[in-house]
Design a protein. Structure first.
Length: 109
């Protein structure tokens, strides 16, 4: 699972001065239970009204069979709030390493 990969690499993200935040359309209670069960050391926020999903393009059309689930995208946002890269996640296992590599590249390392 993608979230576990980010969890397991949290020290590397902290070394890169990156902050991990997850967002889903689930309720705060469901997200808290999920985050606690998975031992996520990062925030898992709730977007129950899909406002963030609409703003970032991750919400699906209301008539879509998967409308209750946000698209699995990751946004690499710099300290100035500029979206530097958008990932349409397909490889959940390798995705955290891809983001770490891009962070290093952006930092000029």
């Amino acid at each position: 699972m993608e979230g576990q990969g980010f969890r397991d690499r949290t020290p590397q993200f902290e070394e890169a001065n990156a902050v991990i935040v997850g967002i889903s359309f689930d309720t705060p209670d469901k997200n808290k239970a999920f985050a606690d069960n998975e031992n996520f050391p990062y925030r898992l926020l709730s977007d129950v009204d899909h406002q963030v999903g609409e703003a970032y393009g991750t919400a699906r059309p209301p008539d879509d069979d998967w409308a209750a689930v946000a698209r699995r995208w990751t946004f690499l946002i710099d300290p100035d709030g500029v979206v530097r890269k958008v990932y349409d996640v397909k490889d959940f296992g390798g995705h955290p390493d891809e983001v770490l590599a891009d962070l290093k590249q952006l930092a000029g390392q």
